[in-house]
Design a protein. Structure first.
Length: 214
């Protein structure tokens, strides 16, 4: 009887060991696939964030170019021509999305869509170029970046303005009232040269940040 019990236990052990090994193999495969999926999802998110930020940085650079030209123009008319313009005036969708596409590619992904908004946002969707094991699917992710106005310029609705002190000025100031009429019998006044135009006090240096908002 004792010998038979020993044989039964031995047979039970022989059956249990392969089952345990099979379960371990299945578990390891699931962990590997899950880890790979998480990694690709993270890669897609990184690529989407980078693409959206690159597009907004391109937008910021275009605004800075016009800001620098206006501030150093020496002309009051040229200076105030910048304000009141829509954000879309400073660049094109093609330029923004080309930057997004470039950074998506640098991060191993393909740009699926790119949508600039009137409020200074750019929303992109990218697809990771790698396929998930077994399923063959490719991870996708969306991201939205936005212009964050800090100093120098500001946004009111979809229009650009100068941030002077704490006021976002999207219109040129009203012209000065006309001078009083000159008495015809009085001698003509000596001409006075117009002072050189300088930017208003309180106008800070240019600072726009690109931030992820979604």
């Amino acid at each position: 009887m004792t010998h038979r019990l020993f044989d039964d236990r031995g047979q039970a052990n022989i059956i249990v060991v392969p089952v345990v090994v099979a379960l371990l193999v299945v578990t390891l495969l699931l962990i590997r696939n899950l880890g790979s999926g998480v990694d690709e999802s993270r890669q897609a998110r990184t690529a989407a964030d980078a693409a959206a930020l690159a597009a907004v940085d391109t937008w910021s650079d275009a605004i800075k170019t016009q800001f620098d030209l206006a501030r150093t123009s020496g002309s009051e008319d040229d200076f105030w021509q910048l304000v009141g313009r829509p954000l879309s005036w400073f660049t094109t969708r093609d330029a923004l999305c080309a930057s997004a596409d470039s950074f998506a590619r640098k991060n191993g992904s393909t740009l699926v869509s790119c949508v600039p908004g009137a409020d200074g946002t750019v929303t992109v969707r990218v697809r990771d170029n790698r396929s998930l094991p077994d399923t063959g699917q490719q991870a996708e992710h969306s991201s939205t970046a936005q212009l964050q106005f800090v100093s120098g310029v500001c946004r009111s609705g979809s229009q650009i303005g100068y941030l002077i002190g704490r006021t976002c000025q999207t219109q040129a100031p009203a012209p000065a009232p006309p001078a009083a009429p000159i008495d015809p019998g009085a001698p003509a006044p000596a001409p006075v040269p117009s002072p050189a135009f300088t930017a208003p006090d309180g106008l800070g240096t240019f600072d726009i940040q690109a931030v992820i908002v979604a």
